[in-house]
Design a protein around this ligand. Structure first.
Ligand code: DGL
Length: 270
């Protein structure tokens, strides 16, 4: 029984790389819904529908625990999935909360009242759907007071990355940073709130200057390691590593190989 990792497309591979190197004894099965990417321009209902269907696919491959390596799905659909749809023998973990715990210096299960945090000005870069959901601000408000968040919906960025057009992706990322800096000239920290964005992290770093940049992949890996420590029964058994896609396997594999610099072969979902 592997642990599932789900994203709308290639972005979740950034999380896959971090969790599989942090947890080398655990097997993972990746599913990218490339045919329906990007999710970030879709309605919350559509994201919910596609995410539920992605989870059902991963269950068919034996993944009872799935990491939703997609902020758009985590912010627009996860709450509804956990409250109204998920069977009791399955678990789904999102990628938002580990990042907010890191930003606010809290550990898992710390339910103390919100307190003042050292980071007061946060720049959030995410998909239009994630920004519209205001899930980041909601989760932050449970834990922190006095933190000001300026969000930039990064239209077009995921499309360019999914197309493998990195010149365009770099230009779009830079334009979004400049747009945000006009509204918040001196952020103290930036959050890359989409799992695709680490593929253009250098551009974000260069355009933002020397501020802390929160990248989810390593935070999710630590958080999953902690979760499995507390709940070892979800660790699963050794299985062959698989990469599934609803898109065209050869084309998805070629982009993944280019992004990650190692050989990855995607296969069509059954
Ligand atoms: N990588 C996903 C995220 O973290 C989805 C992006 C998209 O499909 O628009 O939001």
């Amino acid at each position: 029984m592997p642990i599932g990792i789900f994203d709308s497309g290639l972005g979740g591979l950034t999380v896959h790389e971090a969790v599989s190197s942090r947890l080398q004894h655990v097997s993972f099965c990746y599913f990218g819904d490339n045919r329906n990417a990007p999710y970030g321009v879709r309605s919350a209902d559509e994201v919910f529908r596609f995410t539920c269907s992605g989870l059902e696919t991963l269950w068919e491959y034996g993944c009872d625990l799935v990491i939703l390596a997609c902020n758009t799905a985590s912010s627009a659909a996860l709450k509804r999935i956990q409250e109204k749809w998920l069977p009791s023998d399955k678990r789904v973990l999102g990628v938002f909360v580990p990042m907010i715990e890191a930003l606010t210096g809290r550990s898992w299960g710390d339910n103390s009242p919100p307190r003042r945090v050292s980071v007061e000005r946060i720049a959030l870069f995410a998909t239009p759907a994630t920004v519209a959901s205001r899930a980041f601000q909601r989760e932050l408000a449970f834990r922190a007071i006095g933190a000001d968040v300026e969000s930039q919906p990064c239209a077009g960025l995921v499309d360019a990355i999914e197309d493998g057009d990195m010149l365009l992706a770099n230009a779009i990322a830079r334009g979004h940073v400049e747009a945000l800096l006009r509204r918040m000239p001196t952020p103290q920290a930036a959050v890359l709130g989409c799992t695709h964005y680490p593929f253009v992290e250098d551009v974000f770093r260069d355009a933002l200057g020397p501020i802390a940049i929160y990248n989810q992949a390593s935070l999710v890996a630590e958080s999953l390691a902690d979760y499995l420590n507390r709940r070892p029964e979800w660790t699963g058994q050794a299985a062959v590593e698989r990469f599934l896609t609803s898109g065209i396997p050869d084309s998805v594999s070629a982009k993944a190989i280019r992004f990650l610099g190692r050989n990855i072969q995607f296969e069509s979902v059954r």
